[in-house]
Design a protein around this ligand. Sequence first.
Ligand SMILES: Nc1ncnc2c1ncn2[C@@H]1O[C@H](COP(=O)(O)OP(=O)(O)OP(=O)(O)O)[C@@H](O)[C@H]1O
Ligand SMILES: [Mg+2]
Length: 223
Amino acid sequence: MALLETKNLSYFYQDGDQRRFILKDTNISFEKGKFYTILGQSGSGKTTFLSLISALDEPKEGEILLDGQDIKKIGYEKFRRNEISIIFQSYNLVPYLTALENVLVAMSITENELPENHREVAYNLLDYIGITKNKADRMVNQLSGGEQQRVAIARALATNVDIILADEPTGNLDEEMEQEIVDIFKRLAKEHGKCVIVVTHSNEIAKQSDEPYYLHKGVLKHE
Ligand SMILES: Nc1ncnc2c1ncn2[C@@H]1O[C@H](COP(=O)(O)OP(=O)(O)OP(=O)(O)O)[C@@H](O)[C@H]1O
Ligand SMILES: [Mg+2]
């Protein structure tokens, strides 16, 4: 069964008396254990789609279901806090905290059940993603872009959610670092059963995903 699903999802901007549709009757379902990509030209509505499935914005029409239940019923805030993690192009870490502290803050906000020893779990997660203890204790603005994105991924994992969303997560990184981050996403899907949904401009990333989609003129099509 689908973990996350959209049913006739539409979004538009009102332009005078006209509606300019960004998404039109989108039906798509996402499962655990798969790495999805959404490709599309600039302005095609990729970020809009992610904002809707991450409950940062509300659909104009249609619905989004988690395990068959409308996320509006679950409550947008609760859904955001407990069901998903988002990774952004610009990392969005708290700059005056260390890498470890950034992960700990996320762990303190979620209502999901976590192991008691947050610090140990956070160090281990960071280490797993390639951030050694020495780097974990540094302020995040003293880390490279690739390292900061790893911290953001560790933070996304720390709250024990099934759904990891990312908006152009490698947009600021060189090719080598991009590949390393993509390899992490693959591992999250394959080894940890996460549902990973990545918006990207990169055909190279799309090719490596289990389910590549393309967004064009408001319609999401499987590649
Ligand atoms: N407040 C707004 N009013 C009207 N149109 C808007 C508004 N906000 C965004 N849009 C339009 O919605 C469309 C989709 O934007 P979105 O940010 O989802 O695109 P995107 O695919 O993420 O682009 P990019 O690859 O450049 O990040 C764009 O054409 C944008 O101009
Ligand atoms: Mg965008």
